[in-house]
Design a protein. Structure first.
Length: 489
């Protein structure tokens, strides 16, 4: 879908701030469409500057109501009309006033009434909204429809006065509340003058069994809220007076209801407010379950880490009691491998999501390997690139692979003096390439990892192919030996 700039580039004097204002309007205007039971089309005048008559208009946005059938089965975005073809749009632009008293016109099988609203910002009309309603549905409106339409008229007047959309609404409309979920209309004193059937049902769910109309909304909500601190009760009551743009949540044993308060203004005077209700009981229940599940998973990782450390300590004690140097060395290698797995679980136990910051894990792996290495000397370690966050299914085998390769380089591959160990990570699209290099003597002539008796390299090959679904290359040249892993992430 094209942006507003694509339709008006070089054809309109709209500034970036004015275009941003139109975007804010489009983000909020499902509410307007539903309240007025109408299709809305946003037209931008095509002209050289704000003092010139437009040559025409281009439709940059179109919204259909969820409370009535659409009159436009096909999108009109991108359509253009010439000046003079739609007099009501011309009149709204030139007068900067809402054009309401229009005669219905036949459009296909429907008799359609069109009204036009100027979009005012910074003293200029930057667009015109055309509102299209089925005239047949307007003849015997219900009480709900009458209230919806009256509220819509007030909001359209705010658009023509430049006070809607609300400035700095931020994330107030995320997720956007819907008219059909429940609507309450407040007078200037915060008393409920109308509540839709769904709004009354929401209050019944919270335990309010009498009629809500005629009561102060803040007082009713405060009596229903399950809160302990007095300050919180005062916040609920003040937030639902209708004096300011607010989002308030009420929770008790009956459920959780989200209230979005929208003040209604006439010029600079507040003339009332509307409150949109949204039953978020199930959403909050799922959020609590996720929080509990996340905490449980982190605790499991913490306990796995502790258990691995216990196993590691037992093996280390056993290694000290064994007189056979080969058996003792094998146990110490097992301790090192277990420690690398424990580091991944330790990271997961403190992570706020299910991913592993592998760069932190690698720092610990390198430090641990150096502590165990008898050949630290003048060792120089060069690290380039970053691993970023990895899934646990990748991080655990990768930690083992990297541990084995670093240990192999420290034990067999480094020169006696001025040794250099390189660790390089590169992300190529969806593949991660990891290279561990050293400046030692390299692999012996005719070396084949598939037939090598080295357990560490067999572990590396098996994990790379089976767990990481990747490839391993071992290369020795005149300058260094490189082990390169390539696997999808």
């Amino acid at each position: 879908m094209a942006a507003i700039e694509d339709y008006v580039q070089g054809r309109s004097p709209l500034s970036p701030d004015q275009i941003h204002r139109l975007r804010e309007l489009i983000a909020d205007w499902q509410l307007l469409s539903d309240l007025s039971f109408a299709d809305l089309i946003l037209w931008v005048p095509l002209r050289k500057d704000f003092k010139s008559w437009p040559t025409g208009y281009v439709a940059v946005a179109h919204i259909r109501p969820t409370t009535a059938a659409t009159l436009f089965p096909l999108d009109v975005i991108g359509d253009e009309i010439s000046h003079g073809k739609r007099p009501h749009i011309d009149q709204a632009l030139s007068s900067a006033e809402i054009v309401r008293d229009t005669q219905p016109e036949q459009m296909g099988e429907y008799l359609v009434k069109e009204e036009t609203i100027p979009v005012m910002f910074d003293g200029h009309v930057i667009g015109v909204i055309s509102r299209h309603r089925n005239a047949e549905l307007m003849r015997q409106p219900s009480r709900l429809e009458l209230n919806y339409r009256e509220i819509a008229h007030k909001l359209y007047r705010m658009i023509s006065e430049g006070t809607f959309p609300y400035p700095d609404a931020g994330s107030l409309f995320d997720p956007a509340p819907r008219v059909g979920d429940g609507l309450i209309r407040l007078d200037v004193n915060g008393v409920v003058s109308y509540a839709s059937p769904n709004a009354r049902s929401a209050f019944s769910r919270l335990g309010w069994m009498s009629e809500v109309e005629g009561h102060n909304l803040g007082e009713v909500a405060q009596s229903l809220a399950r809160v302990k601190p007095d300050a919180q009760e005062e916040t609920i009551a003040m937030g639902l007076t209708g004096k300011a743009l607010k989002r308030v949540e009420i929770e008790n044993s009956g459920g959780t209801i989200d209230f979005t308060v929208l003040p209604l203004l006439q010029e600079t005077n507040r003339v009332g407010a509307i409150v949109l209700l949204n039953n978020v009981t199930e959403l909050r229940r799922r959020e609590r379950e996720l929080v509990t599940k996340d905490a449980t998973i982190r605790e499991i990782h913490h306990r796995v880490k502790n258990n691995l450390q216990t196993v590691s300590a037992l093996l280390r004690l056993q290694a000290r009691r064994i007189e056979d140097p080969g058996a003792s060395a094998a146990l110490n290698e097992a301790v090192r491998r277990i420690a690398s797995i424990a580091l991944v679980h330790e990271t997961l136990s403190s992570s706020r999501d299910s991913s592993v910051d592998f760069d932190d894990v690698l720092d610990n792996l390198v430090s641990h390997a150096l502590e165990l290495s008898p050949r630290m000397g003048e060792l120089h370690i060069e690290r380039t690139g970053t691993f970023g966050s990895l899934e646990p299914r990748i991080a655990t085998p990768l930690a083992l692979v990297v541990t084995e390769l670093i240990h192999n380089a420290l034990e067999h591959g480094l020169a006696e003096e001025g040794s250099a160990l390189g660790i390089h990570a590169t992300l190529n699209g969806r593949e991660l390439v990891v290279t561990i290099s050293d400046d030692g003597v390299g692999f012996p002539e005719g070396f084949d990892i598939a037939t090598s008796p080295n357990l560490g390299l067999q572990i590396v090959r098996t994990l790379t192919e089976n767990e990481l679904r990747g490839e391993l290359q071992l290369i020795t040249d005149d300058q260094q030996t490189r082990a390169t892993l390539t696997f999808p992430v």
